[in-house]
Design a binder for this molecule. Structure first.
Ligand SMILES: *[C@@H]1O[C@H](CO)[C@@H](O)[C@H](O)[C@H]1NC(C)=O
Ligand SMILES: *[C@@H]1O[C@H](CO)[C@@H](O)[C@H](O)[C@H]1NC(C)=O
Ligand SMILES: *[C@@H]1O[C@H](CO)[C@@H](O)[C@H](O)[C@H]1NC(C)=O
Ligand SMILES: *[C@@H]1O[C@H](CO)[C@@H](O)[C@H](O)[C@H]1NC(C)=O
Length: 228
């Protein structure tokens, strides 16, 4: 009971409108969180940023970690199905890390370092499997932590458009993360992070339509490179 109270006192500007009570944010957001069967986790078991590879989790899911000094990491493994083309299931593995901000209006902003990347597997696309950089700033409208009687603390985050991220269980109160610094050499690039994608593309990237769009962009980049 005293810890949440102290948090508010010590950081009145940053956390002004986040209500730390038993009905909402029962524990701090610090730690590692994971959805569903908890097979996806940030840290060393998911991404090898140095060579842009992934260790495939057993099942799909998402995981978020937050440190007490402002760093975050995200690991996501998703399948998107397409009703028009039921056999065209797109798989996306996505990893990024950077710094986060708990905005006083209750939102969370994740600002990546620039070394994030994702692998897109689309059996129906011209290029069915490719890896690209991922450097999109992500806005989450709001977040809450409830205590589930059997599963303990449960983190609910809402995307920029209000849609919910699947609820996440707390894997550990101490974050399990890769080192919070650039983990591969990157050169600033604007070719994939276009202005339209930049704002809130984190949520949008998951729709098959925009995966298709990303694919098209990638193809045009490749074409340009080949032509040069
Ligand atoms: C990438 O690096 C990791 C860790 O060093 C290694 O285990 C893995 O085999 C490498 N993967 C590829 C595709 O080179
Ligand atoms: C909170 O502030 C951020 C940054 O100014 C803004 O992008 C976001 O939309 C705001 N969130 C809400 C819920 O108004
Ligand atoms: C990532 O985006 C930031 C802006 O948010 C930019 O300053 C940085 O150069 C980008 N990094 C890369 C590798 O594109
Ligand atoms: C589903 O696939 C079709 C054919 O590839 C494509 O035209 C359509 O945009 C896709 N639907 C969505 C929601 O992405």
């Amino acid at each position: 009971m005293f810890i949440p109270f102290l948090t508010v006192i010590l950081a009145p500007v940053v956390l002004a409108q986040i209500v730390y009570d038993s009905a909402h944010n029962t524990t701090p957001i610090i730690g590692t969180w994971s959805t569903g069967s908890k097979q996806v986790s940030t840290g060393s078991g998911f991404a090898n940023p140095a060579n842009e590879s992934f260790i495939y989790p057993k099942t799909t899911g998402v995981s978020y970690s937050f440190t007490d000094d402002g760093f975050y990491e995200v690991a996501r493994y998703r399948f998107n199905s397409n009703a028009t083309e039921p056999s065209c299931i797109t798989g996306v593995l996505n990893w990024h890390h950077g710094t986060y901000q708990l905005v006083d209006n209750g939102s969370i902003i994740l600002t990546p370092f620039g070394d994030g990347y994702q692998q897109i597997q689309d059996p129906c696309a011209a290029v069915s499997n490719f890896i690209e950089g991922y450097n999109d700033t992500e806005l989450y409208q709001s977040w809450q932590i409830f205590t589930d009687p059997t599963d303990g603390p449960k983190l609910h985050m809402f995307n920029f458009d209000g849609s919910p991220v699947a609820p996440q269980f707390q894997l550990s109160a101490t974050p399990n993360m890769l080192p919070t610094q650039l983990l591969r050499n990157v050169t600033p690039s604007t070719s994939l992070t276009s202005q339209s994608l930049f704002v809130n593309a984190g949520g949008r990237s998951w729709s098959p339509a925009s995966v298709l769009m990303l694919g098209t962009q990638w193809l045009s980049v490749v074409k340009t490179r080949i032509l040069q």
